[in-house]
Design a protein around this ligand. Structure first.
Ligand code: HSE
Length: 386
């Protein structure tokens, strides 16, 4: 079967990650999707850099319109960001009958209703796993894995930049500005970091999760949004003295009167798992009536973690065309005719860490004997208590 053709709009941090992971894991991804997925065209204003990154393996243009109107392209990945040109391109791609994959939470939180309506009418998919919590498959968990539940609330650390800032300020006593610069350097922050530190980015993500959790339209304009810019080192210190950590949480909750949708700094008891989510990591807690609380943890930003979510969406869309209608996702994730014969190793062939407890005679040379026996088998001792 010929490859499914993908057009990539924007080859920055996430775009280059997507290109690289798709190339590196091509063989396994094809076995899962049932068809090769090929980035056939890339649009970026920096054509030179795009050519360098793609090594001449696909057509590079500087006009994204050429991608969304190319009849050869089946799926468009939008990684431009923002709501201006990105919205026009997504709408054009949909009206040209193309599926869309996007990481653009700002776009979906503000114009999602219009975009999803257009996609519904045209019979195409708009997939957005990468828009919320980067590499964590939270959209899939909420929309599919937890589908039996009446979701009661969702609460998450869904902005890596602010979590990184709060962690570094607490651990290293660094100033806000210094840590923000570092977060930008590491590629966590949005192009405009105000969106991160003022809680807007987290509110975009919480808005999307709220819609999926409770079956309501996306309503970013109704969200309460409060960032971390008013926090001072003293607040972090006092919270610690009281046994709490300060975290910026995105919260959406069902109540008898309606839905809460809010982003603000919160005090979390330091023993809670989510209070120990540090640095740029993300974590989302979902409470369903049947399952209780579930926790999803991982990298919420960065090149390849976000690419992981983008490619998951590409595979989902590709499977629409490759799986038989009753088995859209293969039973064992890989297409039935693409299972490998890789052997399962016996325990005796597995190298890992062990804990040994020994009762030995209290006489000279016993420890030397034990260590010699281990050394003869190339086993290194990490720690020992006598
Ligand atoms: N600026 C975002 C963050 C990137 O810090 O989490 C991923 O959405």
């Amino acid at each position: 079967m010929k490859p499914i053709k993908v057009g990539l709009l924007g080859i920055g941090t996430v775009g280059s990650g997507t290109f690289n992971v798709l190339k590196r894991n091509q063989e396994e991804i094809t076995r899962r999707a049932g068809r090769a997925i090929q980035i056939a065209m890339v649009a970026d204003l920096n054509v030179e850099r795009a050519r360098e990154l793609t090594g001449g393996e696909c057509e590079v243009v500087n006009d994204a319109n050429l991608v969304v109107s190319n009849p050869e392209i089946d799926i468009v990945i939008e990684l431009i960001g923002g709501y201006g040109i990105a919205k026009d391109l997504v709408m054009k791609a949909i009206s040209n009958g193309k599926h869309v994959v996007t990481a653009n939470k700002a776009l979906l939180a503000t114009h999602g209703n219009e975009i999803f309506k257009a996609a519904q009418e045209k019979g195409v998919m708009v997939a957005f796993e990468a828009a919320v919590a980067g590499g964590i498959p939270i959209i899939k968990a909420l929309r599919e894995g937890l589908t039996a539940n009446r979701i009661q609330w969702v609460a998450g650390i869904i902005n890596g930049t602010t979590n990184f800032i709060l962690s570094e300020m607490r651990d290293k006593g660094l100033d806000f500005d210094v840590v923000l610069k570092e977060a930008q350097r590491l590629g966590y922050a949005e192009a405009d970091p105000t969106f991160d530190i003022e809680g807007v980015d987290a509110a975009h993500k919480a808005t999307i999760m709220s819609a999926i959790a409770f079956g309501i339209p996306v309503q970013f304009d109704k969200a309460h949004v409060e960032g971390i810019t008013k926090l001072q080192a003293d607040d972090i210190r006092y919270a610690e003295q009281l046994g709490y950590r300060i975290k910026l949480l995105g919260i959406t909750k069902r109540t008898s009167n309606g839905i809460e949708l809010r982003v603000h700094p919160t005090l979390i008891p330091e023993k809670r798992l989510i209070a120990n989510v540090e640095g740029a990591m993300n974590a989302v807690l979902v409470h369903g009536d049947a399952v209780g609380a579930t926790l999803y943890y991982g990298k919420g930003a960065g090149s390849e973690p976000t690419a992981s979510a983008v490619i998951a969406d590409l595979v989902d869309i590709t499977r629409l065309a490759t799986a038989d209608p009753e088995h859209r996702v293969p039973h064992l994730a890989f297409q039935a005719n693409a299972l490998a014969n890789t052997p399962i190793l016996p325990m005796s062939e597995i190298t890992t860490s062990y804990y040994l407890r020994m009762n030995v005679a209290d006489q000279p040379g016993v420890l030397a004997d034990v260590t010699r026996i281990l050394a003869d088998s190339s086993i290194s001792i990490d720690a020992m208590l006598q």
